[in-house]
Design a protein around this ligand. Structure first.
Ligand code: SF4
Length: 226
């Protein structure tokens, strides 16, 4: 029988999280189920009351966006976590990305992309009584955590009483547990960051290295049967 998160090894010996000012309620900006899985479990295990805010108009195409979102909803329902499904205002994202189409990952286009997503998350936090918000984005080793923390902190500054939690979700085994959870839950495995330009760049790299192009909706994490 497939294990559940409660009796799984990922729930054993976890560090107890301490929020910056002892906050019990946290708004979690989630980018996808594989990144958010560990963050969600870590907060549940520490008795934090979290709500997921899914706002990712960067994800392209819509089919990929829906798959990523629905995988996250599936796991939120499993853990009994409220899920806020925010807008897919993709035209606004493209307008902001104008002129940055050829920027590399972790560059200025990504700063714009994080700022846009965090500005909306911080606003939701402010309007809905959350004094603390954070994001699953920083858990990925492909991301620059400093860049993400800087964007999250700056976007919180516009809202009095709202703070961005700069916790390093990779530490104390978080990075490894992220993959264990993704395999146990057989999450959809996205193969590029999210936007049309990251899809293009990943495919260009694959072509140069003799690999097949990405096929949307095909790949899922698997738990190895031993
Ligand atoms: S590469 Fe990722 S973070 Fe950067 S702009 Fe594209 S979707 Fe956003």
């Amino acid at each position: 029988m497939k294990s559940t998160f409660i009796d799984s090894p990922t729930m054993q010996n976890r560090p107890v999280l301490e929020t910056p000012n002892g906050e019990k309620k946290v708004l979690l900006h989630s980018c996808c189920a594989p990144c958010a899985g560990e963050v969600m479990e870590a907060m549940v295990a520490s008795g934090l009351e979290l709500t997921i805010f899914f706002y990712n108009p960067n994800i392209h195409p819509k089919k990929e966006y829906e798959i990523r979102k629905n995988e996250n909803i599936r796991y939120a329902e499993q853990l009994g976590i409220p899920f806020v499904d925010a807008d897919y205002d993709v035209q606004d994202w493209f307008a902001r990305a104008k002129g940055m189409e050829r920027e590399p990952e972790r560059g200025v286009r990504c700063t714009m992309c994080f700022d846009m997503r965090f500005a909306r998350t911080a606003l939701h936090a402010y309007e809905n009584g959350f004094s603390l918000y954070t994001s699953s984005l920083g858990i990925s080793r492909w991301k620059n955590m400093e860049q993400i923390n800087d964007c999250g902190t700056r976007m919180a500054e516009a809202y009095e009483g709202v703070k961005y939690w700069t916790y390093n979700w990779r530490k104390e085994g978080g990075g490894a547990r992220m993959y264990e959870i993704a395999k146990r839950e057989e999450f959809y495995q996205q193969e590029y960051c999210g936007c049309i330009y990251s899809l293009r760049d990943t495919n260009e790299w694959r072509e140069k290295n003799g690999r097949e192009k990405i096929v949307i909706g095909e790949k899922f994490y698997e738990e190895k049967i031993v």
